[in-house]
Design a protein around this ligand. Structure first.
Ligand SMILES: Nc1ncnc2c1ncn2[C@@H]1O[C@H](COP(=O)(O)OP(=O)(O)OP(=O)(O)O)[C@@H](O)[C@H]1O
Ligand SMILES: [Mg+2]
Length: 392
């Protein structure tokens, strides 16, 4: 609110022109009735002076009452009107108030001051900034909460997964401990015979194998779980030629590829220099290529293609990894990125490979991953990510 003394309706245009000329900061003046309190008009500087200064204006208006050059139905706004409601009213009913201003009224309906459109705009903008900040905070909180929920689910899943091999190993160990106690007793009693010794040695061997198998399964699970938490400390971003780098990664997979009948066809242009996280990229490629080798093909030779190209905009890249294997069924497809989803649990799959890939792409590279698969024809993963790592 701007506190400007109002002028009486009896004031002349000449008087008001003088007031405007003396005070260049005066944007508008309210006109009040003879009681000095009831607002009956509003003279805004621009409109008033425009008319007053035009040809013959001065001659015509100097002696006339101010209402001749004032708005006789100004927007009247009670002082307690919220800014949002006022903004709404101005934009839908009184857009003229934006440049003319409006009259503020005290609770008893008396003139209280002048309001200007620019003030409303400034306050609205301030309020919008606050609202935006609040929204951003809420969004951050939601993301954090979602992360925690995802982590909770992951921990529960890991505990469940590890529980099986550990439980089996514990049972095997206690059975073996009982057998050892019996063996010991027989030895002390002097009733031990040669076949007893042979039995014991062979079951000791079996128990050791069994326990070792289950413990290493548990250890593998712990290893995979460690990779799930995207470790950013060991993977410092740097500049490198992405095509060259991927070629290097593929070279490291050669020993494994050579043992298979499958072929990798890379389409990797050189000269695409990225500022990104090499460790994450290596891990993503390794997981996807290994998946194709393990899941996509049977005995028949298959083809894995890896291609790198420009994305939808100059700062985006597209990395596509595909195979012409058996594909993924429509019922499995929605779950492949979930932790612990695997169709090969009995052959040692943990179901964390694609979950790790998903986390690396979205969290580390700031990109997205899409998958398309047609049973019988193959699977294609498309990763879109920025050339430059988003700085936190
Ligand atoms: N290229 C592919 N072709 C066919 N199926 C695939 C392919 N890639 C992944 N899948 C399916 O998606 C599932 C999940 O893959 P993911 O890498 O997460 O787990 P996994 O390979 O089974 O186990 P892990 O990678 O943890 O050892 C696989 O079990 C498989 O059914
Ligand atoms: Mg895998």
């Amino acid at each position: 609110m701007r506190k400007a003394l109002p002028v009486r309706a009896s004031a002349s245009c000449g008087d008001v022109a003088e007031l405007f000329q003396c005070d260049p900061g005066l944007a508008a003046l309210a006109v009040v009735g003879e009681d000095g309190r009831t607002a009956i008009g509003l003279a805004d500087r621009n409109t008033f002076l425009l008319h007053f200064a035009q040809r013959y204006g001065r001659e015509l208006y100097t002696k006339r009452p101010v209402l001749h050059l004032a708005d006789r139905s100004p927007l009247l706004v009670p002082l307690d009107t919220p800014i949002s409601a006022l903004g709404e009213q101005i934009s839908t009913h009184r857009p003229d108030a934006l440049h003319r201003g409006f009259v503020l009224l005290s609770p008893n309906g008396h003139y209280a001051g002048i309001g200007l459109g620019i003030d409303v705009m400034r306050l609205t903008a301030e309020q919008m900034t606050l609202t935006l900040e609040r929204l951003q905070n809420t969004q951050r909180e939601l993301i954090q909460r979602e992360k925690m929920a995802a982590l909770g689910g992951l921990v529960a899943g890991v505990a469940h997964e590890i529980n099986t091999p550990l439980g089996v190993a514990v049972t095997a160990v206690s059975a073996f401990a009982q057998e050892t106690a019996r063996f010991h007793q027989a030895y002390r009693d002097g009733t031990l015979r040669r076949p007893d010794l042979e039995d014991y040695v062979s079951s000791a061997g079996e128990a050791a194998d069994f326990i070792q198998g289950n413990l290493s399964r548990a250890a593998d699970l712990v290893q995979s779980f460690k990779k799930v938490a995207v470790d950013q400390t060991n993977d410092l971003p740097r500049q490198f030629d992405l095509g060259d780098y991927i070629t290097e990664v593929l070279r490291s997979l050669q020993p494994r590829l050579r043992r298979s009948v499958h072929t990798v066809i890379p389409e990797l242009p050189r000269g695409i220099v990225v500022d990104s996280a090499p460790g994450a990229i290596a891990q993503i490629i390794t997981n996807l290529v290994m998946n194709a080798l393990i899941h996509a093909f049977g005995d028949a030779p298959g083809i894995i293609t890896i291609s790198l190209s420009q994305g939808a905009s100059p700062d985006l890249l597209m990395l596509a990894i595909g195979d012409d294997g058996r594909g993924i069924s429509a019922s499995d497809l929605p779950y492949i990125f979930d932790p612990f989803f695997t169709t090969r649990r009995d052959q040692g799959g943990t179901g964390l490979g694609l979950h790790v890939v998903y986390n690396l792409v979205t969290q580390r590279l700031g990109g997205r991953i899409d998958v398309a698969s047609t049973p019988g024809q193959g699977t294609r993963f498309i990763i879109t990510f920025p050339l430059r790592l988003p700085r936190a």
